[in-house]
Design a protein around this ligand. Structure first.
Ligand code: WQD
Length: 343
């Protein structure tokens, strides 16, 4: 079955997508520089699918290495590009690292496929919307000035992809705008690998619950929302992974909408931080130690996706809800407490 390149394939979303690709009958092949993941994730993937994906360790910023890889792997029909730096806060402190890594890796990959038909799926983000004027936010909503260099790299990458698809006829491209990925595989063998202090809410919740963190701070309780805390559209990472399989399948059929398209990947439901905490407490039976503290700079107040286009055109819909996200995240946290995968 078709060989699909997965860059960043040992990462959080990448590893779940490798599993879903294989289970949908594809042959995934991974490139990862392991800068933000562990080679042991390959063992974990193998435990789930009983197959060890081909793995290549190098940096996509190395133009020669990318060109050699593509030349030596002519039977790759699709590529899903996850590999990027993605910590919003860090991007403010180190913008050049983000612009260098996120643009050079993308452009090297596109250049290497310039003379080859390729179905290309890009990992984008709802951060391109900023604080939408209208909710739920649809793909036709204006892209707003990015709040961070990270968000800016996603916006500019989408422009690069759109212009590439318009200028050359060998690329068929889809950008998937993720909302907030959360949860873990039902086997609890893969999940969001904790490297350093978690920036995102859900790993901070589970690490607080297991005792790795003393207390969770809710960043702001005085926003204009039902309970004063920010609202987000959390999407189960397995649903998110399946959306990438659906995108490859759409491109293999030929997207009637054209060679470049964008889809919102969320549930279409917004949960506040306090509601997310309650969902965790309910599914885990754990009382969470948290307090409401000051707002975090750069946070938008509320966002959730209009996901009708994904249902109608991509043929994909989220199936798992917030409680399954919290249940699987908690099972994963307990698994890595017994089986630390990072040194
Ligand atoms: C969610 C909510 C916080 C931690 C970011 C990126 C986005 C995507 C997902 C990559 C916010 C609150 C958090 C904590 C809290 N990443 N929070 N206490 O900022 O919505 O999105 O991650 O694609 O691009 O921007 O996610 O999980 O950091 O925060 O109260 O300890 O939880 O204020 O309201 P965010 P998040």
């Amino acid at each position: 079955m078709h060989k699909i390149l997965v860059t960043g394939g040992t990462g959080f979303i990448g590893s779940h997508t490798v599993v879903e690709l294989y289970q949908a009958g594809y042959t995934p092949i991974i490139i990862d520089n392991l800068s933000n993941s562990s080679i042991r994730i390959l063992d974990q993937i193998e435990k789930i699918i009983d197959y060890r994906p081909e793995f290549h360790q190098f940096d996509l910023c190395d133009e020669v290495a990318v060109k050699n890889f593509v030349a030596n792997n002519p039977d790759i029909s699709g590529a899903i590009h996850f590999a990027a730096s993605k910590a919003v806060g860090e991007s403010v402190l180190k913008p050049l690292k983000y612009y260098h890594n996120n643009f050079f890796s993308l452009i090297n990959l596109l250049n290497a496929y310039q003379d080859t038909p390729i179905n290309f799926v890009f990992s984008s983000s709802c951060t391109v919307y900023g604080q939408p004027d209208q909710l739920p936010v649809s793909e036709s909503a204006p892209v707003k000035t990015a709040e961070s260099p990270y968000g800016n790299t996603k916006q500019i990458a989408e422009e690069i992809l759109q212009e590439t698809a318009q200028a050359y006829d060998n690329y068929q491209i889809v950008s998937l705008r993720y909302f907030n990925p959360a949860g873990a595989h039902s086997s609890a063998l893969i999940g969001e690998l904790p490297i350093g202090v978690p920036q995102n809410l859900v790993p901070f919740i589970t690490q607080t619950a297991i005792g790795k963190r003393e207390k969770l701070t809710v960043f702001g309780g005085d926003y204009d929302t039902t309970d004063g805390s920010c609202v987000r559209d959390y999407i189960h990472v397995v649903d998110l992974a399946k959306a990438h399989v659906a995108a490859i399948q759409l491109l293999e059929k030929g997207n009637p909408a054209g060679r470049y398209d964008v889809f919102n990947i969320g549930t279409g439901i917004g949960y506040s931080v306090l509601e997310a905490i309650k969902a965790f407490e309910k599914t885990s039976g754990q009382q969470l130690n948290y307090e409401v503290g000051p707002r975090r700079d750069g946070d938008i107040v509320k966002v959730w996706g209009d996901v009708t286009k994904s249902a109608e055109k991509l043929g994909w819909k989220a199936e798992l809800g917030i409680e399954e996200m919290m249940k699987s995240a908690w099972a994963w946290e307990k698994y890595i407490q017994q089986n630390p995968l990072v040194d």
